[in-house]
Design a protein around this ligand. Structure first.
Ligand SMILES: Cc1cc2nc3c(=O)[nH]c(=O)nc-3n(C[C@H](O)[C@H](O)[C@H](O)COP(=O)(O)OP(=O)(O)OC[C@H]3O[C@@H](n4cnc5c(N)ncnc54)[C@H](O)[C@@H]3O)c2cc1C
Ligand SMILES: *[C@@H]1O[C@H](CO)[C@@H](O)[C@H](O)[C@H]1NC(C)=O
Ligand SMILES: *[C@@H]1O[C@H](CO)[C@@H](O)[C@H](O)[C@H]1NC(C)=O
Ligand SMILES: *[C@@H]1O[C@H](CO)[C@@H](O)[C@H](O)[C@H]1NC(C)=O
Ligand SMILES: *[C@@H]1O[C@H](CO)[C@@H](O)[C@H](O)[C@H]1NC(C)=O
Ligand SMILES: *[C@@H]1O[C@H](CO)[C@@H](O)[C@H](O)[C@H]1NC(C)=O
Ligand SMILES: *[C@@H]1O[C@H](CO)[C@@H](O)[C@H](O)[C@H]1NC(C)=O
Length: 510
């Protein structure tokens, strides 16, 4: 059995901070230094005695261990020594206080889809939110309370069945809060804003284990920070989210595959269609990939684009007319209830993109208008790299997320920590390294090159990193905003709410 990573220096400070809180059980009143050799099994036993009987504790020798530490991408893996799955929200406080008393690090994990390498710096206890997934629609049908382990698919389905929708990420497998604490992009943002724009209340466990309510009037400073930089500040055990009447029974989709010679025609139409941040609101999103498709070519990527519209086919196809004229090698269109749209776009719970077992090397950028010259360079560079590394080529994609975003732009940018309301498109270059591949350097080379081309294509603008697409090597201001007051304010709040920087494993501010 391993011993826990010690934070002796910080522990004494924490000890004092906690001293002023409720009286501690006698058990805790000891010098943490004497517990240097605390074993995993001892921690399991001690924690079990403190938490509710609905909490599950899984250690490395448990047959459930592999499932308990499974995560989406294994590129950068947190070193988990013990998994604790709180059965009640109040257990979260208990676990955090216990960790503090014993100088044990903790990390909140919900769906385990974090892509940033900064999670790889972690060693300690995983607080697994998977038992906290209740959803309760409020009597006025204007909001719902959700627990901190909620995730896309079931939330979308449950609300839809009752005639409602809410902002979530676009992938059914991804948590609500992983995305939401960093803003949260999804198919309803044109109509209703980011996930975080729809928060009404957050129940938060702070670094010292205290449980507080955060909203516009209760801890308004933290309320500001948790809408965009929330991963740095606390564990959300439950939250109240706005819900909206569902309005339509089906959404229209149209997926196209074009060959590379259509790139200029496509991007000219995309720029016209999206009009620098004026996309028709119901034209919820189009996701577009440069990706190898062996049915078409083994040497040149295709342009694979999927459009979805929150309404009937006729309205959507009227808007899509210019794309229909480009001349696709294959295309497919139809109308389905909203909960099925994720699968149509390759992001449903059973889609390969949602199933764990990836090893993702990633780079991201954002822009307002597509630079067609730069997109051609990206496409050519992608093909050149694919020819050089044919064994990796099928696993690479350059993705363009083009969301309608009217409601995102309506929110005053200064009113939340989310700094990127001026951006219109999210770009990602990713290589999903095969399990036993030793070609990390080749993947990084592609990522650096493509990210560089995207940024060079907007010479008058600074590089932008959506915090939830960060790989961990980007600058802080590219994630949290270039206006100096943003990081200053976030750092002040860190001092106030997390002085020993416990929440530092997800693109940390400090
Ligand atoms: C397949 C895929 C699709 C994606 N699609 C989208 C998308 O459509 N829109 C979008 O905006 N992003 C998207 N992302 C990025 C996504 O926002 C991040 O990867 C996010 O961190 C995933 O959250 P999780 O709960 O799944 O992952 P986890 O690894 O469980 O959580 C990520 C981090 O969030 C924090 N966290 C999670 N739960 C809580 C909580 N209850 N309280 C406090 N902190 C918490 C922790 O810091 C944790 O390290 C996608 C990622 C993947 C891999
Ligand atoms: C768990 O605890 C509750 C109340 O504390 C009790 O009612 C219940 O019987 C316990 N369940 C088990 C399985 O021990
Ligand atoms: C904000 O939290 C306070 C303290 O819990 C509460 O009294 C108030 O009703 C909350 N506001 C909203 C909008 O829920
Ligand atoms: C896009 O709109 C923004 C204002 O929202 C403006 O600053 C920018 O210059 C525009 N870009 C182009 C290429 O027109
Ligand atoms: C290639 O064609 C096969 C057979 O028609 C089809 O099943 C498969 O989905 C196609 N692959 C892609 C990437 O389009
Ligand atoms: C990867 O492994 C193969 C086969 O073992 C070897 O030939 C190759 O040189 C290795 N490449 C790198 C970049 O290490
Ligand atoms: C478009 O990208 C090219 C290549 O990086 C660059 O030279 C050019 O200045 C960019 N155009 C605009 C309008 O930013």
């Amino acid at each position: 059995m391993g011993t826990f990573l010690r934070r002796i220096a910080g522990a004494l400070v924490l000890f004092q901070a906690l001293g002023s809180a409720e009286p501690l059980p006698a058990y805790f009143r000891r010098d943490p230094i004497t517990r240097r050799d605390l074993s995993v099994s001892k921690v399991s036993v001690e924690l079990a005695a403190l938490v509710s009987n609905t909490t599950t504790i899984v250690g490395p020798s448990d047959h459930r261990w592999d499932d308990a530490i499974e995560r989406y991408s294994s590129f950068a893996v947190p070193h988990i020594e013990l998994v604790v799955q709180p059965g009640l929200e109040s257990d979260v406080s208990t676990i955090v206080k216990y960790c503090n008393q014993n100088s044990i690090e903790f990390i909140t994990v919900n769906r385990g889809h974090a892509l940033t390498t900064t999670v790889g710096n972690f060693k300690g206890i995983k607080i697994d939110m998977a038992s906290l997934r209740d959803l309760t629609i409020q009597p006025d049908y204007k909001s719902a309370w959700l627990q901190g382990g909620s995730y896309g698919g079931p939330v979308i389905q449950k609300l839809w069945d009752q005639g409602y929708v809410a902002t979530t990420g676009s992938c059914s497998c991804v948590g609500l809060l992983g995305p939401g604490l960093g803003g949260g992009h999804g198919r309803l943002e044109g109509q209703y804003g980011l996930v975080s724009d729809n928060f009404l209340n957050l129940n938060v466990v702070l670094a010292d284990g205290s449980a507080i309510r955060v909203n516009e009037t209760s801890h308004p400073d933290l309320w500001w920070a948790m809408q965009g930089a929330g991963h740095n500040f606390g564990i959300v055990t439950s939250f109240e989210l706005k819900i909206h009447p569902r309005k339509v029974d089906t959404w229209h989709y149209h997926n196209y595959v074009w060959t590379g010679d259509k790139l200029e025609a496509l991007f000219e139409q995309l720029n016209r269609f999206h009009g620098n941040g004026t996309t028709p609101v119901l034209m919820a999103v189009n996701f577009g990939d440069f990706v190898m498709n062996a049915n078409v070519s083994t040497t040149e990527a295709v342009l694979s684009w999927s459009f979805v519209y929150a309404g009937p086919a006729a309205d959507a196809e009227h808007l899509l007319e210019p794309f229909n004229k480009i001349g696709a090698v294959s295309e497919e269109a139809g109308d389905v209830p909203y909960p099925e749209i994720a699968s149509i776009q390759g992001s449903g719970i059973d889609s390969p993109a949602c199933i764990p077992g990836h090893r993702i090397v990633l780079g991201t950028a954002s822009n307002q208008v597509y630079n067609i010259t730069a997109e051609r360079q990206v496409y050519n560079a992608f093909n050149t790299w694919a020819a050089q590394y044919p064994e990796l080529a099928p696993w690479a994609r350059a993705t363009h997320d083009s969301y309608s975003n009217e409601a995102v732009k309506k929110v005053d940018p200064a009113s939340t920590a989310f700094p990127q309301r001026d951006e219109n498109f999210l770009l990602e270059i990713a290589v999903d390294l095969p399990k036993d591949s030793n070609q990390t350097d080749a993947a990084l080379k592609l990522v650096d090159e493509i990210r560089g081309l995207w940024n060079a294509g907007q010479p008058d603008r600074k590089p932008v990193t959506y915090v939830n697409y960060a790989f961990g090597d980007e600058s802080l201001d590219s994630m949290y905003g270039y206006e100096p007051w943003r990081l200053e304010r976030l750092r002040e709040l860190k001092k106030k709410y997390d002085p020993s920087n416990q929440f530092r494993f997800y693109n940390p501010i400090a």
